[in-house]
Write a protein that binds this ligand. Structure first.
Ligand code: NDP
Length: 277
C-alpha cells in the first residue's frame, strides 16, 4: 500500500510558517494585505472566496473583498484593479475566475500589477517561470512541489509525466518540474498511447478533470502519483482523476482526494501574498 501524501498536514505546516512570518512583520508594523475580487455570483467562486478570507484571518493577513455585480463592465473592473494596484496596504490582488463571458479574462489579468500577481497567471509571471527565474509561482503546482519537498521525494533526473496542459496547472507544473531537473512529458486529450506514456513515469501528475481516468494499469510499480482532479462521483462525493483504490496498491506514494493537493492551493496563495515582504 502506497504512503499517503497528506496535503492537510503539509498545508498546516506551511500555514504555521506563514503565521510566524506575519507575527514578525506585525512587530515592525507591517500587515500583509490581499484583495479578492469576485464578479457575479457563481456558487463555487463564493465558496472559494469565503475560504480564502478565512485562511487570511487565521494567519494574520488583512483581506478585502470586492463583490461586483454580474453586469459590471470590463472597464469598471479594470478601474478597480488600477485602484488596487496603487493601494499601499494591498500586496496581492486575486481576481476570482471564471469571469462573466462579456469580460476578457486576459485583459483583466494583464492589468494586475506584476508585483501583486499572487495567482501568477500574468504573462510576466508565466514568462519569468519559463526562463527559470520565477517570481510568483501558480498556487496549485507550487503546492505540489511543496508536498514533494515535505516528503523528501527527489525530483532530479526523474521521469515525470503530467496529464493535462492547462495554463493554471499542467503547463506551469511542467516548467517547475523542468526547473527542478526532472525529465518531463506533457500529455493532453490528443495524446496517443496515454497508458504507455503514463506507465513510464516515476512521478505521475494528473490534472484533467475526468473522474478515475487513471487506474493501476497506467502506473509503474513504485511510482509517485499526484492527483489534482476535483470531480464528483455518482453519489456526489468528491473524487480525483485517479482511481485511488486500484492505484494505491501499485504506487509508492499517492495523494488522496480530498486531502491531497486541494488544501495546498490556498496555502500557496497566502505564501505568495507575503513573499515580497
Ligand atoms: P482544464 O479543463 O483547463 O484542462 C484539462 C486538461 O486535461 C486539458 O489539457 C485537456 O487536454 C486534458 N485532457 C482532457 N481529457 C483528457 C484525456 N482523456 N486524456 C488526457 N488528457 C485529457 O482543467 P484544469 O487544469 O483547470 O483542472 C484539471 C482538474 O484539476 C479539474 O478537476 C480541476 O477541478 C482540478 N483542479 C484542482 C485544483 C486544486 O486546488 N486541487 C486547482 C485547479 C484545478 P486538451 O488541452 O487537449 O483539451
Amino acid at each position: 500500500m502506497a504512503e499517503i501524501l497528506n496535503g492537510k498536514e503539509v498545508s498546516a505546516y506551511i500555514r504555521e510558517q506563514i503565521k510566524n512570518r506575519c507575527n514578525e512583520l506585525s512587530e515592525i508594523g507591517i500587515m500583509p494585505g490581499l484583495a479578492v475580487v469576485l464578479v457575479g455570483n457563481n456558487p463555487a467562486s463564493e465558496i472559494y472566496v469565503r475560504n480564502k478570507k478565512k485562511a487570511c484571518d487565521e494567519v494574520g493577513i488583512y483581506s478585502e473583498e470586492y463583490r461586483l455585480d454580474s453586469n459590471t463592465t470590463q472597464q469598471q473592473l479594470l478601474d478597480l484593479i488600477y485602484e488596487l494596484n496603487q493601494k499601499p496596504d494591498i500586496d496581492g490582488i486575486l481576481v476570482q475566475l471564471p469571469l462573466p463571458s462579456h469580460i476578457d479574462e486576459k485583459a483583466v489579468i494583464a492589468a494586475i500589477d506584476p508585483s501583486k500577481d499572487v495567482d501568477a497567471f500574468s504573462n510576466q509571471s508565466v514568462g519569468m517561470l519559463s526562463v527559470g527565474n520565477p517570481t510568483f509561482l501558480p498556487c496549485t503546482p507550487a503546492g505540489i512541489m511543496e508536498i514533494l519537498k515535505y516528503y523528501k521525494i527527489d525530483v532530479e533526473s526523474k521521469e515525470c509525466v503530467i496529464v493535462g496542459r492547462s495554463n493554471i496547472v499542467g503547463k506551469p507544473m511542467a516548467m517547475m518540474m523542468l526547473n527542478a531537473n526532472a525529465t518531463v512529458t506533457i500529455c493532453h486529450s490528443k495524446t496517443n498511447n496515454l497508458k504507455e506514456i503514463c506507465k513510464r513515469a516515476d512521478i505521475l501528475i494528473v490534472a484533467v478533470g475526468k473522474k478515475k481516468l487513471i487506474d493501476a494499469e497506467y502506473v509503474k510499480p513504485g511510482a509517485v502519483v499526484i492527483d489534482v482532479g476535483m470531480n464528483r462521483d455518482e453519489n456526489g462525493k468528491l473524487c480525483g482523476d485517479v482511481d485511488f483504490e486500484s492505484v494505491k496498491d501499485v504506487a509508492s506514494y499517492i495523494t488522496p482526494v480530498p486531502g491531497g493537493v486541494g488544501p495546498m492551493t490556498i496555502s500557496m496563495l497566502l505564501y505568495n501574498t507575503i513573499r515580497n515582504l
